[in-house]
Design a protein around this ligand. Structure first.
Ligand code: HEM
Ligand code: HEM
Length: 180
């Protein structure tokens, strides 16, 4: 099924979850790699352009995912103590929030000079009409911290999913892989 049901995630939620997770892990590696390159490395400009373009694509996917979540039902909580269900909910909201802030901080680094980001040399995303002093450095610091935070949160989140699957045996991980 494409849509979520009261017990299962639908294929659209599943596809968005894994596409974005893969892109985020890739972006993390690419980000750490590209900041070590110097102007004389062949891939200096290309890696940054790719990071920015994929980042803007991720922002679009994030928006689509939120809209899809709002117009769709969410599967019922997995059985478990109330505190565990609540911490799961809080973690999911926090993952959405940190994803967004990470992409916005990336946008603010890239547009600090007032120039647009051109997504895949095609679509210009304009800069804001104003900027603050040292915007590139401040947004850069925030971006780096948020990137690490998101990866740590995703690791905890993945461990929780594996625990559901292996210890609680409630199909918690399986339901993010298979729809009905
Ligand atoms: C899920 C999304 C993203 C992840 C996981 C991510 C991750 C990273 C990481 C790990 C770094 C290296 C930080 C450092 O060590 O200094 C970095 C740098 C950077 N990112 Fe991202 N990023 C994301 C989205 C974006 C977006 C949307 C943009 C802009 C449109 C962007 C623009 C940049 C820029 C310009 C740098 C270089 C900063 C510098 O030179 O210090 N990123 N990113
Ligand atoms: C950057 C990586 C990841 C991000 C940002 C992320 C984010 C999220 C979010 C926001 C949800 C809530 C979906 C909803 O709206 O209901 C979710 C659900 C889920 N995620 Fe992830 N995820 C990531 C990686 C992973 C990994 C690596 C695993 C497993 C190894 C995983 C397993 C799951 C499972 C099983 C669910 C469904 C939870 C439930 O049944 O309610 N995720 N993820």
């Amino acid at each position: 099924m494409l849509k979520n049901s009261s017990t299962h995630y639908g294929w659209i939620s599943i596809a968005l979850h894994w596409l974005m997770a893969l892109m985020i892990f890739g972006m993390f590696g690419l980000g750490l790699y590209m900041v070590e390159l110097t102007y004389y490395d062949a891939w200096y400009k290309g890696s940054l352009e790719l990071h920015k373009s994929l980042g803007m694509l991720l922002l679009l996917l994030w928006m689509a995912r939120i809209i899809w979540r709002v117009i769709n039902i969410s599967p019922a909580e997995l059985p478990g103590p109330r505190w565990e269900q609540l911490s799961g909910q809080v973690m999911h909201m926090a993952l959405y929030a940190v994803m967004l802030l990470l992409m916005l901080s990336g946008y603010l680094i890239s547009t600090a000079d007032g120039l647009a980001i051109t997504v895949f040399e095609l679509l210009p995303v304009p800069a804001l009409p104003w900027s603050i002093e040292n915007q590139e450095d401040i947004a850069g610091e925030i971006h780096e911290i948020l990137a690490w935070l998101l990866i740590v949160m995703a690791a905890v989140h993945a461990l929780a999913a594996i625990k559901h699957q292996l210890i609680n045996k409630d199909g918690g991980l399986k339901r993010m892989f298979f729809s009905q």
